[in-house]
Design a protein around this ligand. Structure first.
Ligand SMILES: *[C@@H]1O[C@H](CO)[C@@H](O)[C@H](O)[C@H]1NC(C)=O
Ligand SMILES: *[C@@H]1O[C@H](CO)[C@@H](O)[C@H](O)[C@H]1NC(C)=O
Ligand SMILES: *[C@@H]1O[C@H](CO)[C@@H](O)[C@H](O)[C@H]1NC(C)=O
Ligand SMILES: *[C@@H]1O[C@H](CO)[C@@H](O)[C@H](O)[C@H]1NC(C)=O
Ligand SMILES: *[C@@H]1O[C@H](CO)[C@@H](O)[C@H](O)[C@H]1NC(C)=O
Ligand SMILES: *[C@@H]1O[C@H](CO)[C@@H](O)[C@H](O)[C@H]1NC(C)=O
Ligand SMILES: *[C@@H]1O[C@H](CO)[C@@H](O)[C@H](O)[C@H]1NC(C)=O
Ligand SMILES: *[C@@H]1O[C@H](CO)[C@@H](O)[C@H](O)[C@H]1NC(C)=O
Ligand SMILES: *[C@@H]1O[C@H](CO)[C@@H](O)[C@H](O)[C@H]1NC(C)=O
Length: 804
């Protein structure tokens, strides 16, 4: 049971080498054998040790349990955490069947507070699980156990939660500091009425765990077997180990984090598997009620749930993306109009505040039950129970929902909404596909990562609803012909995507721009009309307005509002024209384009990827406000036709993201790349693809990146620009531009985050990583040829470098 100090020293010297215990260590105490300072108990299998210790930098003495046989002493339990022995030598003994610690004056400073047993056969035993138990020598049931009184650490087999029969709670509470084991501010506790746990600071919730409706979670985890027990008798979480030799611990750190460690026996250190809260979306109810938290470059942004709008009506439709005051229903539910559910996948389910759980219903029954009750706002099934049975219903606000990118949150939340009207249309992320050219994708980032992210983003499988009686005006072909002087050369104002553009004037004096489509859509007439109608419904002050269309025989034309100041193209680096834009104008254009693009990506009823954003597609109105043109063309012409058009890439060289140009794969992040190029061009006053520098072969992106890395980014600023401008704002734009042209799509920010960065001085900007396509001017190396769309007529086929 005890052994002298010299022996302890000997053991620590030799144990590692010989893996043998030289001393016949003991794992238990009895009434007649107390344990004093310098002596320890070691569990039978040599996993844990019990003894007196002082934390680093402290002279105070505590009775504790730590892992035996690992070099860094890791305390997992402390008996007298709030009553240390102040410089006094301690004694652990069993007195009248109770475990007590006495100081050297014989005063009891801690006791297990068990019934005053006088049985002389009571023993205290340290088990291999790390549990110190008090029991009768010949009995298996415990009079007391340390597992019932956790401190800051949860070992395999320990519980947090409730035993309702005896009214006992198991909870973890942090130390006060690294040197002070006394009870700290942070605790991790199971909700008594719901199968979830919360990290609290005092009485404020900091973090909430995932919910699991099934009683035992089937887990793919190779190390742990998490267990949840939730019934009328008890409610607790615990875990088991697949391999009992694994050393592991959950810890409520004094820093306020819940951490999970396993021992790495090769490196001889603790390896942190994860900690919560991890990112800011883990912060409890970060986005307020009825919103979902999404992380973008580690910054939390908020988005209203489908069917909900931002509470603050002053906020613009864009700003509510990171508005955290929460959202309310667009229109209240009242059970008199048809209702349906919209799915949100891969989310952490909302906090169980006002809820009900039924573990025997299946998904269809859950839906029916929720529909029947007017105040049921959502339901979710239990994704982790094998039987696929069981679900929860939410009644009040939906709080603390976040996007999840791992298997922890493979849950689907069904949110109740007013059912869509007739002709409803499924909204989807327009993610198209895969013209994979036979190129080395060495220059691309890990596809797998990108794809995984893409697949796991929060998806709103939303139904569109609302004003269905919109009519697309059709124009008479004869009238258009007259308006444009019979499509005369003098009326031609440009050669945009899909055909020439003519200026015209309607009989009523209204100026129009007519795009005469040279590529005929293979879609049927009605489909074409439908697509054009959808595009016409996209209305935003930074999008060129589509007034209508004109169809006659094979001829198809689109009629737009006329933009007197032409395209941004003519203003960038026009030394001959000499009209140089002042910074305010440039900034206004950058922000306007960002708003228009965000609207296309997120706020419109469809998710539109532009795919061909460039300076010549940004038109300027009378007041020099930017308006994006040629959006939705991919839609109008149909995804398939786009791709089928023989593996050619539609887009414009110089603005195309690497993953798009090389593999033909596009996402909203390819638009972000083009936007980044545009921003750099606007700041620099030069075109990316025409950029030349005497010292190097980089294009504009490469030039900007080089200056950035050398800390000279401000040399990028257009010399022709007026003398006084807010340098910090210009520099922020350069950084945003570089963030947008990063090589890996997943590194690029979304447009909502771009706007946040542009809008606010206080947004922290990450340092950009290496951009894509900055070396492409280097005139050597194997190259591939990409035939671009004919419509970029003034730009001949270009070669793109293969990776290396
Ligand atoms: C207590 O333990 C010691 C050492 O194992 C043993 O010699 C002694 O007999 C035990 N006493 C009782 C009452 O069991
Ligand atoms: C426990 O019982 C013994 C005798 O039965 C008594 O002497 C002692 O004072 C009691 N201790 C406590 C803490 O009640
Ligand atoms: C939380 O604690 C503070 C201070 O201890 C107290 O004033 C407050 O009422 C508590 N709030 C709740 C909800 O218990
Ligand atoms: C608490 O967290 C800090 C920072 O992550 C870590 O260095 C420390 O080891 C943790 N404490 C314990 C007891 O593991
Ligand atoms: C229910 O909602 C519909 C549509 O919003 C509305 O016309 C109707 O008056 C509402 N009924 C009640 C009882 O609130
Ligand atoms: C769960 O649902 C089943 C089937 O609808 C029902 O029979 C049962 O009473 C419900 N249980 C609870 C606790 O509501
Ligand atoms: C809806 O459910 C709530 C919560 O269980 C309950 O209080 C309410 O009575 C139910 N209403 C109806 C109409 O069933
Ligand atoms: C430069 O500006 C002038 C007048 O604004 C315009 O006519 C010309 O086409 C522009 N040049 C380029 C290369 O855009
Ligand atoms: C933009 O157009 C308006 C109206 O045609 C014109 O007055 C203005 O000078 C133009 N601005 C620039 C910078 O060319």
């Amino acid at each position: 049971m005890r052994f002298p100090l010299c022996c302890t020293l000997l053991r620590s010297l030799l144990a590692l080498l010989l893996m043998l215990d030289y001393c016949a260590s003991m794992d238990s105490l009895n009434q007649s054998q107390p344990m004093s300072e310098g002596e320890t108990l070691i569990s039978a299998g040599g996993k844990f040790e019990l003894g007196f210790f002082s934390p680093d930098n402290s002279y105070k003495r505590y009775l504790g349990i730590w892992f035996y046989n690992i070099p860094s002493r890791t305390i997992v339990w402390v008996a007298n955490r709030n009553k240390p022995l102040d410089g006094s030598r301690g004694l652990l003994k069993i007195e009248h069947g109770t475990l007590v610690i006495q100081d050297n004056s014989g005063r009891v400073i801690w006791s297990s507070n068990t019934l005053n047993q006088s049985s002389s056969s009571t023993i205290a035993k340290l088990l291999d699980s790390g549990n110190l138990v008090l029991k009768y020598d010949n009995s298996e049931s415990y009079l007391w156990q340390s597992f019932d009184h956790p401190t800051d650490t949860l070992l395999a087999g320990m519980k947090i939660g409730w035993d309702f029969k005896v009214g006992m709670e198991w909870q973890l509470t942090s130390w006060t500091s690294a040197e002070d084991p006394s009870q700290g501010q942070f605790s991790y506790r199971m909700d008594p009425h719901a199968p979830q746990a919360k990290m609290l600071e005092g009485n404020i919730t900091l973090y909430r765990s995932f919910i699991h409706f099934g009683s035992i979670r089937t887990s793919l985890d190779k190390v742990f077997i998490p267990i949840l027990v939730y019934n009328s008798q008890e409610a607790y979480k615990t875990y088991d180990l697949r391999d009992q030799k694994t050393l592991s611990r959950y810890l409520v750190n004094y820093t306020g984090k819940l951490q999970h460690y396993i021992w790495n026996s090769q490196a001889l250190n603790w390896m942190q598997l994860y900690e919560f809260p991890g990112d800011s979306c883990d912060e409890y109810a970060k986005c307020g009620p009825n919103a979902v938290c999404i992380t973008v470059n580690t910054v939390a942004t908020c988005k209203c749930l489908p069917g909900y709008v931002s509470k603050s009506s002053q906020e613009s439709d864009m700003l509510n993306l990171w508005y955290s005051g929460g959202c309310t229903r667009k229109s209240p539910l009242n059970c008199s109009v048809p209702e349906a559910f919209e799915q949100m996948k891969r989310v952490k389910l909302p906090d169980l505040l006002q809820f009900e759980i039924n573990s025997s219903m299946n998904l269809k029954e859950c839906e029916k039950v929720c529909l029947r009750n007017c105040s049921c706002n959502a339901y979710a099934s239990s994704s982790d129970s094998r039987s696929r049975r069981g679900c929860g219903f939410w009644f009040g606000d939906l709080l603390d929902i976040r996007e999840v990118n791992n298997d922890d949150g493979n849950d689907i939340l069904f949110i109740r909404v007013v059912a869509s009207g007739q002709g409803s249309m499924r909204k989807r992320w327009v993610i198209a596909a895969t013209v994979v050219l036979s190129v080395s994708s060495a220059i691309l980032c890990s596809w797998a990562t990108w794809r995984r992210r893409k697949g796991q983003g929060v998806r709103f499988d939303a139904h569109d609803r609302g004003e269905e009686n919109f009519e697309l005006p059709t124009f008479d072909a004869a009238m258009i012909s007259q308006a444009t002087n019979g499509f005369s050369g003098s009326n031609k104002i440009g050669e945009g995507g899909f055909g020439p553009v003519y200026k015209g004037e309607l009989p009523n004096g209204q100026e129009i721009a007519v795009k005469r489509l040279s590529e005929t859509s293979r879609q049927g007439l009605n489909e074409f009309k439908n697509e054009v109608m959808l595009i016409a419904k996209l209305q935003h002050r930074n999008l060129v307005k589509l007034l209508g269309c004109c169809i006659e025989g094979e001829e198809r034309m689109l009629v737009y509002e006329y933009m007197p100041n032409g395209s941004l193209d003519t203003f960038i680096c026009n030394t001959t024209g000499g009209s140089c834009l002042v910074w305010r104008r440039r900034f206004n254009i950058i922000v306007g384009v960002a708003r228009g693009l965000l609207y296309l990506h997120r706020d419109s009823r469809l998710t539109i990827i532009h795919r061909d954003l460039k300076a010549s597609n940004v038109l300027l109105d009378r007041k020099m406000n930017p308006k994006i043109s040629d959006f939705g063309m991919a839609r109008t012409f149909g995804e398939e036709q786009f791709l089928e058009k023989t593996k050619r890439i539609v887009g414009t060289y110089g603005y195309m993201s690497p993953e798009y140009a090389v593999d033909g794969i596009f996402s909203i992040k390819s638009d972000v790349f083009s936007f980044g190029v545009l921003v750099l061009e606007i700041v620099c006053g030069r075109r990316n693809r025409e950029f030349h520098h005497p010292d190097h072969h980089f294009n504009l992106i490469g030039h900007a990146w080089k200056l950035w890395v050398e800390g000279k980014a401000q040399e990028l600023i257009d010399e022709q620009m007026e003398d006084s401008f807010p340098l910090s704002e210009v520099m922020r734009c350069i950084q945003v531009g570089l963030l947008c042209v990063q090589k890996c799509p997943e590194d690029r920010p979304t447009m909502s985050y771009v706007l946040l960065m542009l809008d606010s001085e206080s947004a922290t900007l990450l340092p950009p990583r290496e951009p894509g396509f900055y070396l492409e001017r280097i005139p050597y190396g194997k190259s591939i040829i990409i035939n671009r769309a004919e419509y970029s007529a003034n730009e001949i086929s270009e070669t793109l470098l293969e990776g290396r």
